[in-house]
Design a protein around this ligand. Structure first.
Ligand SMILES: Nc1nc2c(c(=O)[nH]1)N[C@H]1C(S)=C(S)[C@@H](COP(=O)(O)OP(=O)(O)OC[C@H]3O[C@@H](n4cnc5c(=O)[nH]c(N)nc54)[C@H](O)[C@@H]3O)O[C@H]1N2
Ligand SMILES: Nc1nc2c(c(=O)[nH]1)N[C@H]1C(S)=C(S)[C@@H](COP(=O)(O)OP(=O)(O)OC[C@H]3O[C@@H](n4cnc5c(=O)[nH]c(N)nc54)[C@H](O)[C@@H]3O)O[C@H]1N2
Ligand code: SF4
Ligand SMILES: [Mo]
Length: 698
């Protein structure tokens, strides 16, 4: 017992950045507990934090480089592996050009500052335009709204949850997800505090979610009709003279254009499209505009849909016209210790958007990345620029991208594929080479991304707890070594901690935040206070104004007006996804402590739909879409709106290696989602509102 040590640490599985207290020996975790004094998470954690230790000791974890020989993975040395990777990539690029290699960067990269600081070197060394990431299956509409309205993709407004009087949540379930593009650990408690100070919360969602259960009110909405609701709220605000310019008025332009653009979007039209009655919409607009402060927060449900970009624009616009932008209790901006926006400032540079369009189907490229929805066709379709080799880092698109099986089949045809990952899984099994990664407890932690989206400014840093298995290099070093080898350099460059140390003094808090100061913080993190008004000086649009009515969104409104729900006789129901507390995207399902218990991979449907189809709770049913078919248990519940079905994302591990003793048979929702359903403005996958049929199995 004497050699036990205790460390403060930020959990970096999801965006919530919960403060942990990790007690450990040199080789084992003794306990992982919440840090009650963390200024952001205030003692909140979820069951996944405890599972951090499982990812390290997972018996199925890849712990040596694996090379595929005659269809079997065999261990090889790091030297051989890196040489093999570089040689094969160079062969493909010499024969077919730089763009013949595609890169896919998955979600865990966003949580690892070592990866974030070294991946640009790898991408540069590869020199390919064929870049993809999970962002286009997630939040690219937020960036597109910020680019056009504020001039920088990372100037993302964050709801000032802790001070607002009225929170409108559209298509987010932060009680389960703990917030996204809104780092808000312990959201349930924050919501209770909102209600306790006399405030209100309204959730708009086709499912009565865990968040909806706790909210002041829940409104069921038809999938993909949120833009009608948001624009009708703006319409009503203008129509009743409830718009209030606020302190930002001198820097805002496009108010009249917005007012004119929302003319057709009356509460009556919204009622017809959304299924929410017109009077409810009118009162919602009045309550929102009259509240002391209010904030509209639109997330996954409103971004992974055919009108994702319009939704994010309209949600921002509603906050702006009601004077709830960059003001306490409204949508605000962080001033983080590591100032990512400042580091990548575009002030004074005029750019045109989208930056490019994809080769095969002309979908838009933003932030240097093509939509993941076009990845399969870019591998399949011959011609100059065809992808013939892939590099994936911490990504599992076969389970997480729409029509994932099509991506898997295309990967099988590649000349070469390599992955940096923890597992042989549905994606990496197609690779010729897998390089092992280090896991959280083996690495330094500083959150480069999510401090930028947090409801409070804080900063925390921790050192590795354990050494990696087999003395493996840190993941950043693997990336840096491959990049160096490909660019013919002898140096792997500065370490992420060196870079972080150099960048912090240039951020908003100067010398106050250093790695030493963070390590020495008595509460485990430095509290930098609540969000402050800051946007007027930070706008990066060419004319320095905040644009309420960018042409790209106005030009998309006729498409919205022409929208009809995509149901047909063959596929009469609309499918949406759901998240669950004990599962994180596609990669935590190997933790026994998280997956134990009943099979949670069920298709939820309303009793009225179940009755009509002679389906009973617990029965196995077939779910069919244009692209695929699965069999899974039905869960009959009035949690879900009639006409809608819900399937959780992240399940369906087919690969034998992801095996826990009692693992249940699950399916992947992305065997059903359709890669041709895309938001044409942002290129984001439209996971919501996929037309499906559900059938009882004899
Ligand atoms: N436990 C857990 N936490 C997670 C994750 C996880 O897998 N597990 N994943 C993390 C990641 S990567 C992210 S991006 C975040 C996402 O965080 P959230 O945005 O909170 O994600 P979801 O829980 O998917 O919530 C989306 C909601 O939108 C609803 N919805 C679906 N279609 C529509 C629609 O057309 N309109 C409206 N209004 N609502 C709709 C769904 O019913 C669902 O309740 O969560 C993060 N946190
Ligand atoms: N239908 C539907 N599909 C969705 C969603 C949805 O709501 N509905 N959500 C979307 C969203 S929001 C997201 S973010 C994407 C996520 O999509 P991805 O980023 O493609 O998937 P993840 O499940 O996060 O998979 C991460 C991969 O990284 C590996 N991994 C985990 N930790 C590490 C590490 O530290 N290093 C390395 N090198 N590898 C690691 C895992 O083994 C796994 O292979 O999925 C999207 N897909
Ligand atoms: S909510 Fe997210 S950050 Fe917090 S403990 Fe759970 S997984 Fe970790
Ligand atoms: Mo995500």
């Amino acid at each position: 017992m004497s050699d036990q040590k205790t460390q403060f640490r930020t959990c970096n599985i999801c965006e919530a950045m919960c403060g942990l207290i990790v007690t450990h020996t040199d080789t084992e975790v003794v306990s992982i507990k919440p840090n009650p004094d963390d200024p952001l998470s205030r003692g909140h954690i979820c069951p996944k934090a405890i599972a951090l230790q499982d990812f390290r000791t997972d018996p199925d974890r890849v712990t040596t480089p694996l090379k595929k020989v005659d269809g079997q993975f065999v261990p090889v040395s790091w030297e051989e592996a890196l040489e093999y990777a570089a040689t094969r990539i160079e062969e493909v690029q010499e024969a077919h050009g730089k763009d013949a290699v595609g890169v896919y960067l998955g979600n865990p990269n966003a949580h690892k500052f070592g990866n974030l600081l070294t991946l640009p070197r790898l991408v540069k060394a590869l020199g390919t335009q064929n870049r993809y990431s999970s962002a286009t299956a997630d939040q690219i509409p937020h960036h597109v709204a910020s680019i056009h309205m504020l001039g920088h993709p990372m100037l993302i407004p964050v709801p000032d949850v802790d001070r607002t009087d009225f929170m409108l949540i559209i298509g987010g379930n932060p009680l389960v997800s703990n917030g996204s593009m809104m780092t808000a650990p312990g959201f349930g408690k924050r919501m209770e505090e909102l209600h306790a100070r006399g405030g209100r919360s309204v959730v708009v969602d086709p499912r009565r979610t865990e968040t909806a259960e706790k909210a002041s009110a829940h409104l069921f909405i038809r999938p993909e009709t949120d833009a009608f609701l948001l624009l009708a709220l703006i319409h009503e605000v203008f129509a009743t003279g409830l718009d209030s310019p606020g302190a930002l008025d001198p820097v805002v332009r496009g108010r009249d254009a917005l007012k004119q653009a929302v003319q057709p979007f009356t509460p009556d039209l919204a009622a017809k499209m959304t299924g929410i009655d017109a009077d409810t919409i009118r009162s919602l607009a009045h309550d929102f505009a009259r509240a002391g402060s209010a904030v509209s927060y639109a997330r996954m449900g409103a971004s992974t849909q055919s009108f994702g970009a319009l939704c994010q624009w309209a949600s921002n616009a509603l906050n702006i016209v009601t004077g709830n932008f960059d003001s306490p209790g409204g949508a605000m901006f962080t001033t983080p210790a590591l100032d990512y926006v400042g580091m990548t400032s575009r002030k004074g540079r005029v750019r045109s958007y989208p930056e490019k369009r994809s080769r095969v189907s002309g979908q838009p490229l933003y932030n240097g990345e093509f939509p993941v929805s076009v990845l399969a066709e870019e591998m399949e379709t011959p011609g100059e620029g065809q992808i013939r080799a892939m590099v994936t880092v911490a990504g599992n698109p076969v389970l997480t991208a729409p029509n994932g099986l099509r991506i898997g089949a295309a990967m099988e045809q590649l000349d070469f594929m390599m992955s940096i990952d923890l597992h042989i899984n549905d994606t990496t099994r197609h690779a010729d080479l897998i390089l092992p990664a280090t896991v959280a407890l083996e690495e330094h932690v500083y959150d480069m991304v999510f401090h930028s989206f947090a409801v409070r400014n804080t900063a925390a840093f921790a050192e590795p707890v354990f050494t990696p298995p087999n003395d493996n290099p840190q993941e950043w070093e693997v990336i840096a070594r491959l990049a160096a080898r490909l660019s013919g350099s002898n140096s792997i460059g500065p370490s992420p901690v060196e870079t972080l140390t150099a960048l912090l003094p240039r951020g908003y808090h100067g010398d106050r935040v250093t790695t030493d100061a963070m390590l020495g913080a008595e509460t485990g993190a430095i509290d930098l206070g609540p969000l402050v008004e800051s946007i007027a000086d930070r706008l990066e649009t060419p004319d320095g104004k905040l644009d309420l009515a960018p042409e790209v969104f106005l030009a998309d409104l006729p498409r919205l007006l022409a929208f009809e729900p995509p149901v047909s006789d063959d596929y009469p129901l609309l499918m949406i996804g759901r998240r669950q507390v004990r599962s994180h995207n596609s990669w935590t399902q190997n933790s026994q402590r998280l997956v134990k218990g009943r099979n949670r991979c069920t298709v939820q449907m309303h009793p009225a739909d179940a009755n009509r189809l002679s389906i009973e709770d617990g029965m196995d049913v077939a779910v069919l879409s244009r692209v695929g078919q699965v069999t899974m248990p039905a869960e009959v519940t009035d949690e879900i709106a009639p006409g809608v079905v819900s399937i959780p994302q992240g399940w369906g591990q087919r690969q034998g290696k992801l095996t826990t003793a009692t693992r249940v048979q699950t399916i992947s929702i992305n065997d059903l989602t359709d890669d041709t359903r895309i938001d044409p403005i942002s290129g984001n996958a439209a996971f919501n509102g996929v037309p499906v049929a559900v059938k009882a199995i004899a």
